[in-house]
Ligand binder design. Structure first.
Ligand code: MD6
Ligand code: FE
Length: 206
């Protein structure tokens, strides 16, 4: 007998699995508490790129953290001040194990913090060595308009609003799609004490 697909996505958008409300209110609050520990050990920083500062603030957890500076983008085994990255939050790891059962263990949890004016330009996640491994993304706090394009820059795009507790899996054919966040809807969630939106992306780096 065929195994029931207990964790089939609610929607797929160009191959991206969308799990609406995968984290319920209690799990979201637990993850926010776990993130407090991450942020104490590895404070948010504003990445500086060749093109100027990014509008999101970032930090990481796991064996590697993703760094953006004037030299470019890369994964680093320590923070810029030399401290190690804190452990990946248990609630995020549990989502990975359940939704990406065939994948290797995640080596980085990138944490992006969006204020009212923050956005994320269209990009590919391509600093990882093994594109056969998925990226899993968790949304917390305010709603955000997620845009997905194609494997090359440009062309037609489709958008979808992401809410707190939603989880995306970008794997297989969808792994190299361009994507970004056009805007957040300030005040649409009361989950985060300071408002705004936090996105976690779990990745295999090596
Ligand atoms: C965000 N997400 O939701 C940005 N990347 O704030 C991403 O850049 C992303 O959602 C890879 C896979 C899934 C994602
Ligand atoms: Fe991305």
């Amino acid at each position: 007998m065929k195994k029931p697909l207990t964790h089939a996505p609610d929607v797929t958008l160009r191959g991206i699995g969308v799990h609406r409300g995968y984290l319920g209110p209690d799990a979201q609050r637990r993850l926010v508490a776990e993130l407090d520990a991450v942020i104490s050990a590895a404070p948010f920083r504003t990445p500086e790129t060749r093109f100027g500062p990014m509008s999101v603030r970032m930090t990481s957890a796991g064996a590697y953290g993703w760094i953006a500076d004037r030299r470019g983008y890369r994964y680093e085994p320590a923070q810029p001040d030399g401290r190690p990255w804190p452990p990946i939050p248990a609630t995020a790891l549990a989502a990975w194990v359940e939704l990406c059962p065939d994948a290797r263990a995640p080596e980085c949890c990138l944490v992006n913090c969006y204020g009212a004016e923050a956005r994320m330009g269209m990009h590919q996640d391509r600093d990882e060595a093994d594109f056969s491994q998925p990226v899993l993304s968790i949304s917390l706090g305010d709603d955000a308009l997620f845009r997905v394009g194609n494997e090359t820059r440009g062309g037609k795009t489709e958008s979808l609003w992401l809410s707190s507790g939603d989880v995306l899996v970008m794997g297989g054919e969808a792994r190299r799609l361009y994507h970004g966040i056009d805007r957040v809807r300030p005040g649409s969630s009361t989950l985060l004490p300071r408002g705004g939106r936090i996105n976690l992306t779990l990745r295999v780096v090596t």
